[in-house]
Design a protein around this ligand. Structure first.
Ligand SMILES: [Zn+2]
Ligand SMILES: [Zn+2]
Length: 241
């Protein structure tokens, strides 16, 4: 037998060994129940994974969960939207909600890689393999400074790679945090908050961690369409119901 035929077997053996060593040296625990994770598990153990709040029947245009077998939700049926597709594999409920908060506010930056692995299994190929750049929803530099990192930028890069993760925005106007504001207040709060630092391509994917009222993403999309962008998709981790 030549070395050539042994090549794949050896490479598998080393990969397996490396995975097992990492598992022993740096054990990982289930984010929901605390059980020790197996090497092939990501963030959640198998029993907890089966109970995650997956967004199993979303409206393809706005990402909100559909209650019945309709093709679009009523709001999307009635109104033409700037964002034509939304991808949200999860609902913003526990333990996904706790995970996003730990990542974002607890500065647990290492969770980005794990979360990316989980999301890559759930996002459809049309999103993962699309050629359009993925632009994170920007943070004002004052918030960037206090938080230390832009959670959406880091996550987008982990999922889509450095080449596709590209930021086109600046955020010249400081706005209050959207959390705690009503839908109407959110819209007013982000109005005119974004500017573009370079000409964007005709198709673009926005990326954010959570889709709440969608006011921030819509304002980003409005800024993009004023600059000639024809189609905007939005990918998030989780959407509120
Ligand atoms: Zn568990
Ligand atoms: Zn909809």
């Amino acid at each position: 037998m030549t070395f050539g035929t042994w090549g794949p077997a050896l490479s598998y053996l080393f990969k397996n060994l490396a995975q097992k060593t990492a598992h022993i040296l740096c054990p990982r625990y289930c984010f929901a129940c605390g059980r020790l994770l197996r090497p092939e598990e990501t963030l959640f153990c198998r029993p907890c994974s089966s109970t995650l709040p997956e967004n199993t029947n979303p409206c393809p245009r706005c990402g909100r969960p559909l209650k019945t077998a309709e093709a679009l939700c009523l709001a999307c049926f009635r109104e033409e939207k700037l964002i034509t597709r939304v991808f949200s594999p999860f609902l913003y409920e526990r333990p996904i909600k706790d995970l996003i908060k730990a990542y974002k506010y607890g500065r647990r930056v290492y969770l980005a890689r794990e979360l990316a692995r989980l999301l890559k299994r759930l996002y459809p190929e049309e999103l993962l393999l699309a050629q359009s750049p993925v632009c994170p929803v920007p943070l004002h530099r004052r918030r960037l400074w206090t938080r230390g990192f832009n959670q959406s930028h880091l996550l987008a890069r982990e999922i889509f790679g450095r080449r596709r993760g590209k930021n086109f925005f600046t955020r010249p106007k400081y706005t209050r945090p959207q959390a705690g504001l009503s839908a109407k207040e959110r819209l007013k709060n982000v109005k005119g908050a974004f500017a573009l630092k370079e000409k964007p391509p005709p198709r673009l994917i926005l990326f954010d961690d959570v889709l709440t009222t969608g006011a921030t993403a819509r304002e980003c999309a409005r800024t993009l369409s004023q600059a000639g962008v024809k189609e905007v998709w939005l990918a998030v981790v989780a959407a509120t119901g």
